[in-house]
Each structure stands twice: as structure tokens, then as C-alpha cells.
Design a protein around this ligand. Structure first.
Ligand code: HEC
Ligand code: HEC
Ligand code: HEC
Ligand code: HEC
Length: 184
């Protein structure tokens, strides 16, 4: 019993005497956790939203060099670039890795006649008029506005602020009469 008390005393004594090094260790521990958080967890917030099928632009447009316009065929012809219907995925995936679990989801969507519910990534405020057609016809490449899509697994949203439109329009001497051209 007596021995128990002394040993407890020595334990607290020990802590009190070593308070500084213990604080340093504790603080260091917190620093390491913060570091790990920012380097391993935080970057996830820097990639785009999760999609119903983890479709990778890096694999398709990068590694396999499939042309952007193969899947977004209306980009130079209309307001909306278009997203590929599931039939287009299966055009290849009927033969390429058809048993891959993520590719099987393609089959499921087709069989059930449900369009793949891709989550929209890029948004413009409603009052902004933007048309790809004019831009693509002027020879602008996708990267100029969307970044290096062919290096992205998940597409990341670009924050299209007005400054972004205006700067390039100034540079390329495009229409600056924004109230007529870009705003409804
Ligand atoms: C094999 C088909 C395919 C190819 C090739 C492809 N894409 Fe896509 N793209 C998709 C699909 C499917 C989505 C919707 C899912 C997503 O956002 O990842 C998409 C989404 C996007 C989006 C985001 C749309 C939004 O919601 O705002 C952009 C931007 C885009 N693609 C640009 C490109 C560019 C640039 C290239 C060429 C470098 C390219 N894509 C090549 C299939 C393709
Ligand atoms: C022009 C042909 C083509 C089209 C169209 C295509 N893919 Fe692929 N896809 C490929 C090739 C090639 C691979 C790489 C296969 C491998 O690694 O062996 C691939 C790989 C994949 C993978 C495997 C996982 C990965 O990222 O490596 C998934 C999932 C996938 N595709 C989904 C889709 C979806 C969804 C669509 C439609 C929006 C689509 N693909 C359209 C050719 C295509
Ligand atoms: C001048 C800048 C610019 C260029 C160049 C550009 N885009 Fe876009 N893109 C945008 C903007 C801004 C949006 C968002 C528009 C919206 O939500 O209506 C967008 C949206 C998209 C979307 C999503 C459309 C939707 O309906 O959700 C796709 C897909 C896309 N772009 C593909 C491409 C491809 C492929 C190219 C190259 C051939 C390209 N873009 C070139 C600015 C650009
Ligand atoms: C990387 C350069 C670039 C960026 C970024 C850009 N544009 Fe443009 N834009 C151009 C060029 C070049 C033209 C001229 C096309 C022509 O003369 O047919 C143009 C033309 C236009 C037109 C047609 C103007 C007319 O004469 O009727 C509109 C509308 C427009 N842009 C809106 C936008 C909006 C909105 C944004 C931002 C979301 C944007 N643009 C971003 C380069 C750009």
C-alpha cells in the first residue's frame, strides 16, 4: 500500500520534473499530425468531385490519347460540348476490360436505360453567356481554360471569374463589350 503511494508520487514527480520535454514532445506530435493532415488528407479537396464511375481523363485522354472531341463532339458546334452517352463508353469497353468492376457499371446503366449521372464540375453564374463554339473556332485549346485535363484523374473545377474572361479578351482583342456579349 505504502509502496503504491510512493510509486504514484514518483510518477507525478517525474512528469512535473520533465514538463518541458514532455510539452515539446506533445507539441511535436501535434505538428506531425497537422503535417500529415495537410499532405495526405487535404489534397483530396484539391481534386474534383467523385463521379458515379471513376472515369479518368488521365487514362483516356492522356495515356490512351483519345481525342477530346471524340467524347465531347459538339464543343466546336454548339453551346454545349456534350458528355459521352454510355453507348460510347461501351463502344470500346465491350471489348476492352469488359470484366473490370467499374466497367461493369457501364453495362448496368445501359441495361437499365439510365444515363450515367455524371456530376457537373464547372459552373458559370447564370447571367453569363458562354459559348464554346466561338472559342474553339478561334483555335483556342482546351487546356487554356480547363488546365491539363489529360493529366487529371478527376476533373477539377476551374473558378471562372470575370477577370479570367476579360484578361484573355483584352489580350486577344476579342469583344470587350461585355454587357452585349457576355451578360444576359
Ligand atoms: C473517353 C471519353 C472522354 C475523353 C476522351 C475526354 N473526356 Fe472529358 N469527360 C468525359 C466524361 C465521361 C466526363 C464526365 C465525368 C467527369 O467529369 O469526369 C467528362 C467531363 C469533362 C469536363 C468537365 C465537365 C463539367 O462537368 O464541367 C471537362 C472540362 C472535360 N471533360 C474536358 C475534356 C478535355 C479537355 C479532353 C481532352 C484532353 C477530354 N475531356 C477528353 C469523357 C471524356
Ligand atoms: C476509345 C476507347 C474508349 C472509350 C470510348 C472509353 N474508354 Fe475507358 N478505357 C479505354 C482503355 C484503352 C482503357 C485502359 C485499359 C487498360 O488499362 O487495359 C480504359 C480504362 C477504363 C477504366 C479502368 C480504370 C482506369 O481508370 O484505368 C474505366 C473505369 C473506364 N475506362 C471507364 C470508361 C467510361 C465510363 C467511359 C465512357 C465515358 C469510357 N471508359 C470510354 C478505352 C476507352
Ligand atoms: C475560352 C475558355 C474555354 C475553352 C478554350 C474550352 N472551354 Fe470547356 N468550358 C469553359 C467554361 C467557361 C465552361 C463552363 C460553361 C458552362 O457551365 O456552361 C466549360 C465547360 C465545359 C464542359 C462541361 C459542359 C457541360 O455541359 O457541363 C465540357 C465537357 C468542356 N467544357 C469541354 C471542353 C473541351 C473538350 C474543350 C477543348 C476542345 C474546351 N472545353 C475548351 C471554358 C472553355
Ligand atoms: C483564353 C482566351 C479566352 C478566354 C479565357 C475567354 N475568351 Fe471569350 N473569346 C476569346 C476570343 C479570341 C474570342 C473571339 C472569337 C471570335 O472573334 O469569333 C472570344 C469571343 C467570345 C464571345 C463572342 C463575342 C462576340 O463577338 O460576339 C463571347 C460571348 C465570349 N468570348 C465570352 C467569354 C466568356 C463569358 C468567358 C469567360 C467565362 C470567355 N469568353 C473567356 C478568347 C477567350
Amino acid at each position: 500500500m505504502e509502496q503504491d503511494i510512493t510509486s504514484r508520487f514518483t510518477f507525478f514527480d517525474c512528469i512535473r520534473r520533465n514538463l518541458t520535454p514532455l510539452l515539446v514532445i506533445g507539441f511535436g506530435f501535434i505538428l506531425i499530425l497537422t503535417f500529415l493532415y495537410y499532405f495526405y488528407i487535404q489534397p483530396q479537396t484539391d481534386i474534383g468531385p467523385e463521379q458515379p464511375i471513376p472515369f479518368s481523363h488521365r487514362v483516356h485522354a492522356g495515356v490512351k490519347e483519345i481525342k477530346c472531341q471524340f467524347c465531347h463532339p459538339y464543343v466546336a458546334r454548339s453551346r454545349h460540348p456534350g458528355l459521352p452517352p454510355v453507348e460510347k463508353c461501351l463502344y470500346c469497353h465491350k471489348y476492352i476490360i469488359p470484366e473490370h468492376p467499374e466497367v461493369k457499371k457501364d453495362h448496368w446503366y445501359l441495361e437499365n436505360q439510365i444515363p450515367i449521372p455524371w456530376r457537373k464540375v464547372n459552373y458559370l453564374p447564370e447571367h453569363v453567356l458562354f459559348n464554346h463554339e466561338r472559342h474553339i473556332k478561334m483555335g483556342l485549346v482546351c487546356d487554356e481554360c480547363h488546365g491539363a485535363v489529360e493529366a487529371m484523374d478527376r476533373i477539377k473545377a476551374v473558378r471562372f471569374k470575370m477577370q479570367f474572361c476579360v484578361e484573355c479578351h483584352k489580350e486577344r482583342k476579342a469583344n470587350m463589350d461585355c454587357w452585349l456579349a457576355c451578360h444576359s
